[in-house]
Design a protein around this ligand. Structure first.
Ligand code: AP5
Ligand code: MG
Length: 213
């Protein structure tokens, strides 16, 4: 089964996705991470995606569909946490057409106010080696290095400049937010207050997942 974790840029999808994966055993699939890996490796997908991501725009749906089909074809019995897919009504339709592979069991929408989103994104740091996300104020990396890989270099994400953040938030409001009614109509939607620290938000997510069964 699939749980979709959705929300604006900076809402905490990646951070909570890690916790859900580590503690509840879901396989996390982040389309943003998959695309960034393609860019790093210089693949054709990466070359196509780079221009869109650097402008804060969505990568075309057909590229994403191919990626998601590969990710979902692995093990049909596992629990999958989708971070960042679907991201518009057409992608939500495409995902439901793949339901012979995995059915969507819940859509958790992390909601955080705009000022906090900007603060989170503008202070984000990534481990240069493995990509794990930190925050210079809210979640600074330890002096000993990255919790996941021990890396000691931390970088700013290219699309976290203030002008790009503003485009990404607009794209979210125009393209992703309208998708939520699709899941409300199916009774799959649950709103999660994404404010509070990581543990507080995780507790709310865990409670929502328990309702899903
Ligand atoms: P993607 O990588 O998914 O970026 P995004 O949606 O903009 O979301 P972010 O990763 O910025 O935020 P997040 O919600 O994961 O927050 P995080 O946990 O890191 O996508 C990037 C690009 O790829 C898109 O713009 C698009 O071009 C393309 N793309 C991806 N999927 C696509 C699709 N399906 N279709 C088309 N194009 C696609 O947290 C952010 C910061 O806040 C961190 O520093 C963290 O430490 C901190 N933080 C998190 N939680 C808290 C908390 N509770 N309290 C305080 N700080 C917190
Ligand atoms: Mg993310």
């Amino acid at each position: 089964m699939i749980v979709v974790l959705t929300g604006a840029p900076g809402a905490g999808k990646g951070t909570q996705g890690e916790l859900i994966s580590e503690r509840l055993g879901y396989r996390k699939v982040s389309t943003g991470d998959v695309l960034r890996k393609h860019i790093k490796q210089g693949t054709e997908v990466g070359k196509t995606a780079e221009g869109f991501i650097s402008q804060g725009l969505l990568v075309p749906d057909d590229v994403l569909l191919k990626l998601i089909q590969v990710e979902l074809s692995e093990d049909l019995n596992e629990n999958i946490l989708l971070d960042g897919y679907p991201r518009n009504p057409a992608q939500a339709q495409a995902l439901s057409s793949l339901k012979e592979l995995h059915e969507v069991a819940a859509v958790l929408h992390l909601e955080v106010d705009k000022q906090e989103l900007v603060e989170r994104l503008s202070g984000r740091l990534l481990c240069k080696n493995c990509g794990r996300s930190y925050h210079k104020k809210f979640d600074p990396p330890a002096a000993s290095g990255c919790e996941s890989c021990g890396g000691t270099e931390f970088v700013h994400r290219d699309d976290d400049d203030l002008d790009k953040i503003s485009v990404r938030l607009d794209v979210y409001n125009q393209e992703t937010a309208p998708m939520l009614s699709f899941y409300k109509d199916q009774g799959l939607y649950q709103r999660i207050d994404g404010s509070g620290d990581n543990e507080e938000v995780f507790t709310k997510i865990e409670a929502a997942l328990q309702k899903t069964g």
